[in-house]
Design a protein around this ligand. Structure first.
Ligand code: ADP
Ligand code: MG
Length: 231
């Protein structure tokens, strides 16, 4: 499906937030790498999907009503075999039903487990005055602590993208830290430019979040995505 079709379907369903699966499909259609994922509506389907995806794998709650999945106990990573997948499915359902009794829950997505990388964020928001802005920052557990992000007006030029990455206080982390290899900044610039071009051309998208992206010495992959539509 094209981004236009994905957005249209959500609108027809009366939803203002795309699911992770929809958001990732949209992101993938922009040429940005994401984790491979399959949908599963039952424990047995999750086990079958895990067999297809391979181990280790990740299970995440699939619900149009639960956007902060870990807060709801809806994310289980590093699942090594069928037993762990089955148990993770039950644990996710139990926790999410308890924390969100009103939520419609479609089951889970089963994803391949991305290798550890440096966690970064690319996000967008719409400024009332300036229109779409694109944000870059360090992700993961440090986001709230460091509040280390840079902003640029969309559409970004390649120079803007390079500057956005270089301007954060923790920019040195990207150049390698205590013996770790530098991450692929060109891959991050490419993601910033693709996201920027998309939001600049798509005013119906109010907000977009790739959080986190795992950055590697060679490439980068979005492991979570969320797209919020405007009024
Ligand atoms: P939330 O809705 O809580 O933001 P995420 O999809 O971001 O849920 O998952 C929470 C965390 O789990 C991520 O920040 C990441 O560290 C880890 N994670 C999620 N999906 C994967 C994956 N496919 N591979 C590896 N780690 C993952
Ligand atoms: Mg996330």
């Amino acid at each position: 499906m094209t981004p236009h079709e994905i957005i249209g379907r959500a609108r027809r369903d009366g939803r203002g937030v795309l699911t992770e699966a929809e958001s990732k499909e949209l992101v993938r259609s922009l040429g940005i790498r994401t984790t491979r994922m399959l949908s599963a509506a039952s424990r047995d389907e999750a086990v079958a999907a895990a067999r297809e995806i391979g181990y280790p794998c990740v299970l995440k709650v699939a619900s149009p009503d639960i956007t902060h999945k870990s807060d709801a106990g809806g994310v289980k990573v590093g699942l090594a075999d069928e037993t762990q997948v089955a148990e993770a499915y039950d644990a996710i359902m139990a926790s999410c039903r308890q924390k969100h009794p009103e939520a419609e829950i479609d089951g889970v997505t089963v994803q391949d487990m991305a290798a550890p990388g440096l966690e970064v964020i690319v996000g967008t928001a719409t400024d009332r005055e300036f229109g779409p802005v694109v944000m870059f920052g360090i992700g993961g557990v440090w986001v709230e602590v460091l509040q280390d992000v840079s902003f640029k007006l969309a559409p970004l030029t390649p120079d803007d993208a390079r500057a956005a990455i270089g301007e954060i206080r923790a920019a040195k982390l990207l150049d390698g830290f205590r013996g770790s290899d530098p991450v692929d900044k060109a891959a991050l610039e490419d993601i910033l430019l693709k996201v920027s071009e998309f939001v600049a051309a798509t005013p119906e998208v109010a907000e977009m979040d790739l959080n986190p992206i795992f950055a590697y010495p060679d490439g980068a992959v979005a492991v979570d995505a969320r797209v919020i539509l405007g009024a």
